[in-house]
Design a protein around this ligand. Structure first.
Ligand code: HEC
Length: 148
């Protein structure tokens, strides 16, 4: 694609800005142009960014499932750490209500985070309760018809 020079310069400047540690491949000028043409409070999410966070979420959700079903003294720490992992993964995606190109995330991600945090509070309380932790995978359902 042939770009007008000002846009091309902008794209290259943006490319230089994001080159340290992001998901836009160097040379992917179309993606960069797309990301600089949205208003400043809009967060453009790369599909790979969502998928990366989702896979991390899924890995911790599986660990959580195993941890909840443990019958030894390591159960509590394992459940709590899996929930922390889910929270960190979900936190990589914007849940602050800022508009993104993914309306599903804007709508349901805050709820997922709430549920994960509530589950961890319950596990860390005295005495601990594992009920919320055991059902937290239900929080995947608003966006997925089945859990992974
Ligand atoms: C707020 C909405 C939302 C919630 C809640 C949610 N997801 Fe996702 N998930 C998405 C979106 C959006 C995608 C990306 C679909 C795409 O564009 O490929 C995705 C994709 C995935 C993928 C596939 C990644 C790939 O490479 O294709 C997995 C696995 C996944 N989610 C697991 C989970 C698990 C496990 C949970 C619950 C702990 C969960 N998701 C909760 C929105 C959500």
């Amino acid at each position: 694609m042939k770009l007008a020079t000002p846009i091309r310069n902008m794209a290259l400047a943006a490319l230089a800005l994001v080159a340290g540690g992001c998901f836009i491949a160097v040379g992917d000028v179309d993606d960069v142009v797309r990301s600089v043409t949205y208003p400043p409070d809009f967060r453009y999410l790369e599909r790979s960014e969502i998928r990366g966070a989702m896979w991390e979420l899924a890995v911790h959700a599986r660990t959580l499932h195993e941890a909840v079903h443990r019958h030894d003294e390591g159960r509590r720490a394992a459940v709590s750490s899996a929930l922390k992992g889910m929270e960190a993964a979900a936190d990589r995606l914007p849940s602050d209500g800022r508009p993104t190109n993914h309306p599903l995330l804007n709508l349901h991600l805050p709820r997922l985070l709430d549920e994960v945090r509530a589950a961890r509070r319950a596990v860390e309380a005295e005495p601990p309760s594992y009920l919320a932790a055991a059902t937290v995978a239900g929080a995947c359902l608003p966006c997925h018809t089945r859990t992974y």
